[in-house]
Design a protein. Structure first.
Length: 209
């Protein structure tokens, strides 16, 4: 299975179980209703583009995830196609993640908050979507950590810590010191502690020390 970063599929079955959309089943996000005050620090057009892309990916993934929950065989689980490929939305998901990651550092604090809240509204997108494959260099490591920050610990901080472990291990294996990128991304991250195990900012700073 091709992954954009090493930890995004950690505890995959647990992520499926914990990913409960805030929308009602079958309901689509009204992108226009989420624009305006929510699009702080970014253009309405760009924010709407991201919302519509995430909604398309989320809608396509729902039946795939529902089928995955029925799998009882480890072999069948390991051999199933990646959900993005099964749903036919890999290109859209990767393009959207890459665009968000590229723009995230330049957003003001309220804009970063708006983006994190938007991604949180699409849990299957946040679970499955990833960056395009690329060699691991300082720029790609920074992109991995930015996408990690945008998802803001997801449904369970323990899963997020496993992902961060994998990211840092891959960086070390590639001969990269992750500390500078960890500190930079920590400065862009949320200081809210959603699950009682630390905020994204605190977790990244601890890992950098």
């Amino acid at each position: 299975m091709s992954l954009g970063h090493p930890g995004s599929r950690s505890a995959e079955s647990e992520r499926i179980d914990h990913s409960r959309p805030r929308k009602r089943a079958g309901e689509h996000v009204d992108a226009a209703a989420m624009v305006g005050d929510n699009a702080r620090g970014m253009s309405d057009a760009k924010y709407t583009e991201w919302l519509e892309a995430m909604d398309r990916v989320e809608t396509a993934l729902k039946p795939i995830v529902a089928e995955a929950q029925k799998i009882t065989s480890l072999e069948a689980w390991q051999n199933r196609p990646h959900p993005l490929d099964a749903a036919g939305v890999r290109d859209l998901a990767e393009k959207t993640v890459l665009d968000m990651v590229g723009r995230y550092p330049a957003l003001p604090e309220e804009g970063r908050l708006a983006l994190r809240e938007a991604v949180r509204a699409f849990p299957q997108f946040a679970w499955c979507a990833d960056l395009p494959d690329a060699p691991l260099d300082p720029d790609q490591l920074r992109r991995w950590l930015l996408w990690f920050s945008i998802r803001d610990l997801g449904r369970d901080t323990r899963d997020a810590l496993l992902e961060l472990d994998a990211i840092c291990a891959a960086a070390s294996q590639a001969g990269l010191d992750p500390a500078p990128a960890l500190r930079e991304v920590a400065g862009l991250s949320s200081d809210v502690n959603p699950h009682g195990l630390g905020s994204m900012k605190e977790i990244l700073m601890r890992r950098a020390s």
